[in-house]
Design a protein around this ligand. Structure first.
Ligand SMILES: [Zn+2]
Ligand SMILES: [Zn+2]
Length: 135
């Protein structure tokens, strides 16, 4: 099966995933803007199994609807690489698309928290927009 490896900036924290993403999305929420330092987050969900190498620091954030997300970032360089959602760890892992450093990565299908999108950010035609969190 096709595999891809996402890596932090310094290279010590990596995650290898297999197969095609189950979904690719961008999130414009203010929490994602802060946690990434960018104006939106781009995430791809992959089904297990996946393989993590290196040390990760965990940060748990509770979403607007009570979901608990555990973000993993590199303690050396600070790059956010992936996160899981409590109760769904065995179903998918969400990987930061930028950590693949692959401009041919599939484009997003969903735009979440479109109400917080910086107006200059243009999205691909046909993308599904959600004003806030869809679930
Ligand atoms: Zn690093
Ligand atoms: Zn978000």
């Amino acid at each position: 099966m096709h595999s891809r490896t996402a890596s932090c900036s310094c290279g010590q924290l990596t995650i290898e995933v297999h197969g095609e993403p189950r979904g690719v999305g961008v999130c414009h929420c203010l929490a994602c803007q802060r946690r990434t330092g960018s104006v939106f987050a781009a995430l791809a969900g992959f089904a297990p199994p996946y393989k993590v190498s290196g040390a990760a620091t965990e940060y748990v954030r509770v979403g607007d609807r009570g979901a608990k997300f555990t973000f993993r970032f590199c303690p050396v360089c600070g790059t956010s690489v992936f996160h899981t959602e409590e109760g769904y760890e065995d179903r998918y892992v969400s990987v930061a698309v930028g950590a693949f450093a692959d401009p041919t990565f599939p484009p997003p299908e969903d735009s979440v928290y479109d109400s917080r999108r910086h107006p200059w950010v243009q999205l691909p035609p046909g993308i599904t927009r959600y004003e806030t969190d869809p679930d």
